[in-house]
Write a protein that binds this ligand. Structure first.
Ligand SMILES: NC(=O)c1ccc[n+]([C@@H]2O[C@H](COP(=O)([O-])OP(=O)(O)OC[C@H]3O[C@@H](n4cnc5c(N)ncnc54)[C@H](OP(=O)(O)O)[C@@H]3O)[C@@H](O)[C@H]2O)c1
Length: 219
């Protein structure tokens, strides 16, 4: 890692998990660009392309965005697929294609633990994030020669605005979880910052499940 290893871009960095990553990278003296939808809306490909014209390279890139609505299979329209395909897949592809990650850098992607166990209620989320996880794996192999580490962070329920959209009674919901607690976004912020600060390099092309043991599979 060179002495200029200081720049980080966090898409969806204004709230929740993304914000916690921003706060923790800043604590470690990263010059961090924190983005809300004002800076880049990943569902709007013009906005994405304009962003890449102003931000051509980075040492750390965090791919994050808002989650789609919880719609059952039969309630999803073609326009829902188009919007969220852009927001959660094509927008991220364009960012990976056009933002050069400097040698020895890092890419983190915030997906969801439901990529492992898709259900019936979050079909858009589980489908598109699974596709994006596959794309990210291909990208990670390509980037290995540059010593760029690519990590897919797959959260279970975390205490953010997003979980409040999905769960009516958080206290009641917590009782159903193995740890009886939903996650604190600060942990993901600390994790990202730890990896980068300590130059952890041999985790790459991997998915890290941050789900408080919610998934029953050990893989
Ligand atoms: N929290 C959970 O329990 C949980 C679990 C699994 C997966 N996830 C996923 O993890 C991601 C982050 O979740 P979170 O809980 O941190 O959500 P959050 O608190 O709602 O924050 C979402 C962030 O994404 C930004 N954003 C929203 N729509 C965007 C768009 N079209 N383009 C670019 N940025 C956009 C928001 O910016 P603004 O300031 O402009 O709103 C905000 O910074 C989401 O995709 C979510 O579905 C969350």
């Amino acid at each position: 890692m060179n002495s200029n290893f200081r720049k980080a871009i966090v898409i969806g960095g204004s709230k929740g998990i993304g914000k916690s990553i921003v706060v923790n990278l800043k604590k470690n003296n990263f010059k961090t660009i924190s983005c809300s939808r004002k800076e880049i809306d990943t569902s709007d490909l013009t906005s994405v392309v304009n962003f890449t014209k102003k931000n051509k390279s980075s040492d750390v890139l965090v791919l994050n965005s808002g989650g789609p609505p919880p719609l059952d299979f039969n309630k999803i329209n073609k326009s829902d697929w188009e919007k969220y395909f852009n927001q959660l897949f094509l927008g991220f592809f364009l960012l990976l294609k056009h933002i050069k990650i400097n040698k020895n850098g890092y890419v983190f992607y915030i997906s969801s633990s439901i990529i492992k166990e898709p259900g019936t209620g979050l079909v858009i989320s589980s489908s598109l994030r699974s596709a994006m996880s596959s794309l990210l794996k291909s990208y990670s192999i390509l980037q290995a020669k540059n010593n760029v580490s690519v990590i897919n962070i797959a959260p279970g329920p975390f205490k953010t605005g997003r979980v409040k959209e999905l769960v009516k009674n958080i206290k009641k919901f917590e009782k159903t979880l193995p740890t009886s607690k939903i996650g604190n976004p600060e942990e993901i912020g600390k994790f990202v910052s730890f990896i980068v600060k300590n130059k952890i390099k041999y985790i790459s092309g991997s998915t890290i499940y941050f789900d408080g043991n919610l998934n029953k599979n050990y893989l």
